[in-house]
Ligand binder design. Sequence first.
Ligand code: FRU
Length: 553
Amino acid sequence: MAKATVSFASGERLEFWAVGPGAVTISQYGETLWSVPAFEAHPSYYSYHHREAGSVVVEWDRPEAFLWAYSYDPATVAEAGIKLWEFSTDEILIRAGKEIGTWLRSDPQRPRIHFSPCRNWMNDPVGLCRMGDCWHLFYQFHPCGGDWGPMHWGHATSPDLFNWTHMPVFLHPEQNLWRLGATGGAFSGNAFEDRDGRLMFFYTERLPAYDLFKGYREIQKIARPDRRMIKAASISTVLEQRPEGVEHDFRDPKVWWDEAAGAYRMVLGASIHGDPAVLLYGSEDLREWKYLGPLFRAPPFFREQGARAVECPDFFPIDGKWVLIMGLVGHCDPGSGRHNLLYGLVGDFVDDRFIPDSDALQLLDFGSDYYAMQSFATDGRQIAFAWLFNWEFRKPAGSPYSGELSLPRQLSLDARNRICMRPADEVEEALTHAPLSSAEPGRYVLDDASIDIRLNGTLDGTRITATEAGQLSFSIVVEDQSISVQLPQDDGSIRYAAAIAGATDLRVIHDKGIVEIFADGGAVCGTRRNYLNVRPDDLVILSKAHVSVFSGG
Ligand code: FRU
């Protein structure tokens, strides 16, 4: 057995996920305090609670048995975050505080200004909220590997939506899904503060599932946090029965207090007799929920184009209107070949009915790497994050993690009632903006930082090309009143383009392969994730517009 001495605070907790074969023992003053003589043959969660401050001896035999491990002192974790543990054959490397940020930044492929998990798989942002001066970000997390699997809620906090402190896993699946050989777990959901200011999280539990596409059961639950916001302390099930015509997909609740109804309302993503749909529920007490009918049912062509259900519906008032945003899982747009798209509708919400201003759905992002968006209202603003992924392109093998989130965005409606998105004020404040000077007209030499390109004026004829050692990193072209983006992996079979007739503003943010495009006051957004040539050294911008380029964080 390998051995290391580790110092523990009184009350410190060690949490890890491990798979056998392997074993671990913790002892102090020569006495065994805790031991797992043999890890189970499937991944499992283990947790040790230390009582007496001081040095302990940790012994282990197989470092590869540990899939994700950290420790924390509950009394200080809110400020200090978790300490990451990495087992090797002869030592345990423990990273704490700033060392974590330094270690994350030492990965030349990891985006700098976008959130990513330290290790393992992440998908949707969930449970977003702000408590006092602290922003809380939770996310769909699989602690045992780089692929989607039994879902947990990862957690991070921030004072400014930009610098993140990694926190303990907040929410676990209700059963050991690895043991069952099943998937499912604590799926997506929202934070909600009741009228007494008590925070809780509404989310879906997918009960043990043996097929990814059918036959599973999804139920809605409430998780209330402990007083330090470290763990879900009490969990109750509030909705199990699906309405008539709704099959297995029945998930991703968003709850709000509805002034007009004088009661609580909830939307859920589902399908009704095969058509993707958003369901509306009502409650007087947050515990008993009554089905009020469909809020939205997708026109039949979506089903014909492969859409199976609505995921992550978001529904909120903004600028005097109500906005519905949703992802249609399985859908592929036949015109462009894009899939994983988010659509929005703007309208009125009257007597529990959503009346869109128009039947035409607004495509929220033409890039197809902006999915599972979740927004929340705070100090009069609607802030949103989304998951930058589309299942088509995976991180290259060997990456310690998978999944990044968009920059936080602020939502609004423009004069034409189009949904607009732009980076949140906090990002603008936190980004160090060093103007990049041009070596020769239109040409910029890049360092390793993120870049922020802004154009104002005539956009038609614009060409932005970034390369690494002469190889394409990304290119953006505006011609014939249309904007398009190309990445190295594109073979031309999918068209990533949008109309921007009359637009005079364009902003492009690039961060290690993440390209976020904002045009026409944010009414046209395109987000893409590229895993090749992610460190461009050369940027050429040809345009009639006024151009400024900044080097970011
Ligand atoms: C969207 C989604 C949600 C679900 C979660 C599971 O990406 O499929 O509908 O709750 O991810 O991880």
